[in-house]
Design a protein around this ligand. Structure first.
Ligand code: GLV
Ligand code: MN
Ligand code: MN
Length: 409
C-alpha cells in the first residue's frame, strides 16, 4: 500500500509554488513557477530512487527499470502547470501519485517486469498560450512548428518562451516517442465533476475524454462617440459579441452533454464614452460525441454570421485547437476495474468532460485514467478539493493498476 501521508505532504508543499494572495495557484508554462515546481518534483523523484531527465519540450521523467529494460515501459503521470488562479489538485495529484507508487514499490521490494516511468508534462492547461497539452503533443509527435507560434497575452510565442526558459524550439522533435515504445499510459486525476460524490465512491474509471474545440472570434465594427452617435448608426462590436456569447450558451444547452464557454473577452479601445470598435473573444466547445459538438459549433457559426451581417460588423474566426474525443482502452479499464475490486471499491465508469494529456497518448499506446472524487465538482478554482483519504484511495488504485500493467516480476 502507498504512504498517503507522504503523498498529502507533497501535494501541500507543491501547492505553495505559485500561490497567490487570493489563495489560488498560478503556474503557467515556461515560467519561474513552473521551473520551481518541476525542480521540487525532480527532488521527490530522486527520493523515490528514480533516474531523472527532462526532454526537449521540458517534460520531466523519472524512470524505474523493470526486469526487462527493453520491453515497452508503462508511463504514469499528469502535469504541474495550472490555470490562472486554479486549485491545488488538478495535475499535481497524478504526478505525485505516480512518484508515490514507484517509491512504495521500491520500499516494498516489488520489482516489475516492465520499466515504469513517471512524467510531469509541460503545459497541459493551455492557460498561457490558449493552446494546451504542449508536452504530450510533442511526445506523441503531434506538435508542429506552426503550433510554436501561438502567443501569450504579451504577444510572446511558445518558441520564444521556450528559449527564455532554456529550451531549443528547433529540437522539439527529440521529445517524440516512437510507436510501440510505451506499453500503456495511466493518469490519476481529480474528477472535476459531481458523479463520484453522488455515487458515494472515492474513485472511478474513465471511459473516454471529451474533445475540445477552441476558437478565437474577432469582431471589427466602428469606434465612435458614445454621446453623439445615434443608436441606428452604430456598428458596435461588443453588442454583436454579446449576442454571440448568448448563442454559445443556448446552442451548447440544446444538447445533454455539450458544453460551451466564453472565458476571455477584450473590447477596444476600452473607453467609457467610446463605442467598442473591436472585440476578441474565445469559445471553448466540448462533447464526448464529436458529431454533437460539431453540430453545436456549426449553429454558433451560422448565428454569428447573421448577427454580424445585421449589425454591419466584420467577423473573423480562428481555430486555436481541435481535438477528437479519446476513448480509454478497454484493456486498461479492465485492469483499473480489477484494482478497484481488490481494494473493495465498487468499480464505476464515467466520462471526462475535461481535457487531459491522455488524448495525445492514446495514439501511441493503450490509455486509461482513474478519477478521484472532487468536492462539489469544483475545479479551475481555488476551492478545488479532494480529501486526503480519497487521494490515498486513488493512489492505491493506481498502484495496483500499474502492477497489473507492468507485471509483477
Ligand atoms: C484543462 O483542464 C482543460 O480541460 O481545458
Ligand atoms: Mn489536469
Ligand atoms: Mn485543468
Amino acid at each position: 500500500m502507498v504512504d498517503g501521508g507522504r503523498l498529502w505532504r507533497r501535494l501541500s508543499e507543491l501547492a505553495e509554488i505559485g500561490r497567490s494572495e487570493s489563495g489560488g495557484v498560478t503556474r503557467l508554462s515556461f515560467t519561474d513557477e513552473e521551473r520551481s515546481a518541476k525542480d521540487l518534483v525532480a527532488s521527490y523523484m530522486e527520493e523515490a530512487g528514480l533516474a531523472v531527465r527532462e526532454d526537449a519540450i521540458g517534460n520531466l521523467f523519472g524512470r524505474r527499470e523493470g526486469r526487462d529494460p527493453e520491453a515497452p515501459a508503462v508511463l504514469v503521470g499528469s502535469h504541474v502547470d495550472s490555470v490562472y488562479n486554479g486549485g491545488d489538485f488538478d495535475g499535481p495529484l497524478g504526478v505525485l501519485a505516480g512518484i508515490e507508487v514507484v517509491q512504495a514499490m521500491e520500499e516494498n521490494g516489488v520489482l516489475t517486469d516492465r520499466t515504469v516511468e513517471v512524467v510531469a508534462f509541460t503545459d497541459e492547461e493551455g492557460a498561457r498560450f490558449s493552446f494546451g497539452m504542449i508536452g504530450s503533443r510533442a511526445l506523441a509527435g503531434h506538435l508542429s512548428s506552426g503550433d510554436l507560434e501561438h502567443t501569450d497575452g504579451d504577444g510572446l510565442s511558445v518558441a520564444l518562451a521556450m528559449r527564455e526558459y532554456g529550451l531549443d524550439p528547433d529540437q522539439v522533435d527529440d521529445a517524440r516517442r516512437g510507436q510501440g515504445s510505451l506499453a500503456a499510459y495511466l493518469e490519476l486525476h481529480i474528477e472535476q465533476g459531481r458523479v463520484l460524490e453522488s455515487e458515494d465512491l472515492p474513485t472511478g474509471i474513465v471511459t473516454g475524454i471529451a474533445g475540445p474545440v477552441w476558437l478565437r472570434f474577432s469582431l471589427r465594427g466602428e469606434p465612435g462617440h458614445a454621446g453623439a452617435t445615434p443608436m441606428d448608426r452604430r456598428h458596435d462590436a461588443l453588442a454583436a459579441a454579446a449576442e454571440i456569447v448568448g448563442a454559445v450558451e443556448e446552442e451548447a444547452s440544446s444538447s445533454t452533454a455539450a458544453v460551451g464557454t466564453v472565458g476571455q473577452i477584450e473590447a477596444r479601445p476600452g473607453g467609457i464614452n467610446i463605442i467598442p470598435g473591436g472585440v476578441d473573444f474565445s469559445v471553448d466547445l466540448r462533447d464526448i460525441d464529436v458529431a454533437v459538438r460539431d453540430g453545436v459549433e456549426e449553429r454558433i457559426r451560422e448565428r454569428a454570421e447573421e448577427v454580424c451581417a445585421r449589425r454591419g460588423v466584420e467577423l473573423g474566426i480562428e481555430e486555436l485547437q481541435r481535438l477528437d474525443p479519446a476513448p480509454c482502452s478497454e484493456e486498461v479499464r479492465s485492469v483499473i476495474s480489477g484494482a478497484c475490486e481488490e481494494l473493495g471499491i465498487r468499480p464505476h465508469s464515467l466520462p471526462s468532460g475535461a481535457g487531459h494529456d491522455g488524448m495525445h497518448l492514446a495514439s501511441l499506446c493503450p490509455m486509461g485514467m482513474i478519477f478521484v472524487r472532487s468536492k462539489d465538482g469544483i475545479s479551475h478554482n481555488p476551492e478545488e478539493w479532494s480529501s486526503k483519504e480519497d487521494c490515498e484511495a486513488g493512489c492505491n488504485v493506481l498502484y495496483r493498476s500499474v502492477l497489473g500493467l507492468a507485471g509483477r516480476g
